[in-house]
Design a protein around this ligand. Structure first.
Ligand code: SF4
Length: 490
């Protein structure tokens, strides 16, 4: 795979950079002043972490930016990254009452970014008081959004939270797996710092199951949270798949976050297999890094693509190509990929795709990126925790709303449980698990789901409106008692 000639990292950073830069003060003020500060605001209900959206917008309107950021981070410690990566169009902004008035919804995501960026720039501590410790310890496996959400909440409730991460740096998907134009690694690092400032300990290069024994964690800690995410990309199961130049989408995005941009390998003609949001990230990143052509290959039609509409629009704006109703039959080449053998497909009345006879054709490519989903790595945990249960899709089974697994002391959340959703869903699940762990360790009954406007909302299935608020008074009571007794709320 040839390395495309590129100027330098500084120039590329501009090309790769923000698609929607941070508001300027006047812009933020004008947008904040449009908000109606609704009572029982539907935007709060649509946020899986239950951020007090009118509350933080009001503070922006009053020029209290640090206070505004605190409101956000109290509910969602990853509020800065969610401001950048959340599908706001289908969450908070999609629920904004302005839409009922045929007006544009309030740009909640951009305002959220404006407030959290201001806190970051001012180097202000979001939670200035030191949380009181209660003497109990919780171990968290993996340092992605679910674990960060859980660890931050536990620390604020007075627990000693210790995060075990196999990578050299914490942050998981936020640190290594999000397209550069949405979020740079600096944002993920800053958020980890905020979690560290709460007293959470991170032990990197610590792979649980390898250099850290699960039995030891169960013995030394009062509870265990599994935020282990997903594993490697699915194999395509076609000839030539292991040729040089065939890479996984998340590996490609990881290079962007770990190498100087001008040294990230990218082909001249790049094919991305798959059509989800990760595929769109990969194809747009390849194009912006210097690929002459970057093309999505998808076996179904435009109407079936799982990527969000605005992601699709972005890829089209970046002049990426789309081969719909096309299946990959073989990766061509010697040691290195030189092209793909493809075939046209059609969808039968049962929704199954089949190859159209006599439609095989070849296209030259010097890089192929696989973005067809990831394998579940959680089932590997069966050997460490034989009583851990999984569903038929390989996801860890948990009690809805509490994250408690079939092993009472073990909780789980994020992609390993939900199969791969948004960052904000992972944070919400981590937070709920923290509250359930707190209920368990403080002698309350752990029963789900945990809900309430202050504690976030139970997610419905994608597209369901994400709303099923249900309260569990005993868990909320435990939570508020802890706060009253000195647990930390910033
Ligand atoms: Fe403001 Fe829209 Fe939320 Fe109402 S629904 S509080 S107008 S952002």
């Amino acid at each position: 795979m040839p390395l495309q000639p590129r100027s330098n990292s500084k120039e590329l950073a501009k090309t790769m950079g923000d698609i929607e830069p941070c508001y300027r003060p006047q812009e933020a003020k004008v947008e904040a002043d449009r908000c109606l500060y609704c009572f029982d605001a539907p935007c709060i209900m649509a946020c899986p972490t239950g951020i007090d959206i009118p509350g933080f917008i009001k503070k922006i309107a009053n020029a209290n930016l640090v206070g505004s950021a605190r409101v956000i981070l109290e509910s969602n410690i990853l509020g800065a990254s969610c401001a950048r990566v959340c599908p706001t169009e289908v969450l908070c902004e999609g629920a904004c009452v302005m839409l009922d008035r045929d007006e544009k919804p309030i740009k909640i995501g951009r305002l959220q970014r404006y407030a959290t960026d201001a806190l970051w720039e001012k180097k202000a501590n979001p939670f200035p008081k030191t949380p009181k410790r209660n003497g109990k310890k919780v171990a968290l496996v993996g340092s992605g959004p679910a674990s960060l959400g859980c660890a931050a909440e536990l620390a604020r409730l007075g627990y000693q939270a210790v995060v075990f991460e196999k990578d050299a740096e914490p942050g998981g998907l936020n640190r290594y797996g999000i397209a550069y134009y949405k979020m740079t690694p600096e944002v993920a690092k800053q958020e980890v710092k905020w979690v560290k400032d709460l007293g959470v300990e991170f032990r990197c290069k610590s792979e649980v199951g390898k250099n850290v024994k699960v039995e030891k964690l169960l013995k030394d800690f009062d509870a265990l949270f599994l935020g282990v995410g997903l594993g490697k990309a699915h194999r395509l199961g076609i000839p030539g798949e292991d040729k040089k130049g065939v890479v996984e989408a998340l590996e490609f995005i990881r290079w962007i976050h770990t190498k100087p941009l001008h040294q990230v390998p990218v082909g001249s003609r790049v094919a991305v297999i798959g059509c989800g949001n990760t595929a769109i990230d990969a194809v747009t990143q390849a194009k912006r890094l210097g690929a002459k052509e970057a093309v999505i290959v998808y076996r179904r039609g435009e109407e079936d693509m799982p990527a969000y509409e605005y992601e699709y629009e972005l890829a089209k704006t970046d002049a990426c190509g789309f081969l719909f109703h096309t299946a990959v039959v073989e990766v061509l080449g010697g040691k290195e990929v030189t092209g793909l053998r493809l075939a046209k497909t059609r969808t039968d009345k049962h929704g199954k795709t089949e190859i159209v006879k006599g439609s095989v054709f070849e296209e030259p490519f010097d890089m192929v990126i696989k973005a067809t989903g990831q394998e579940k790595q959680a089932p590997a945990w069966k050997k460490f925790l034989p009583k851990l249960k999984f569903d038929d899709k390989g996801r860890i089974e948990v009690q809805k709303g509490t994250g408690q697994t079939s092993v009472p002391k073990v909780f789980a959340g994020g992609d390993a449980v939900n199969g791969g959703r948004e960052v904000v869903n992972a944070v919400a699940e981590g937070k709920k698990a923290a509250l359930a762990i707190h209920a368990m360790l403080s002698g309350q009954k752990v029963a789900g789901p945990i809900q309430g406007s202050r504690l976030g909302h139970q997610d419905g299935p994608r597209g369901s409106g994400f709303l099923q608020p249900v309260r569990v008074p005993e868990l909320e009571a435990a939570y508020f008692t802890a706060m009253k007794n000195g647990a930390h709320r910033g």
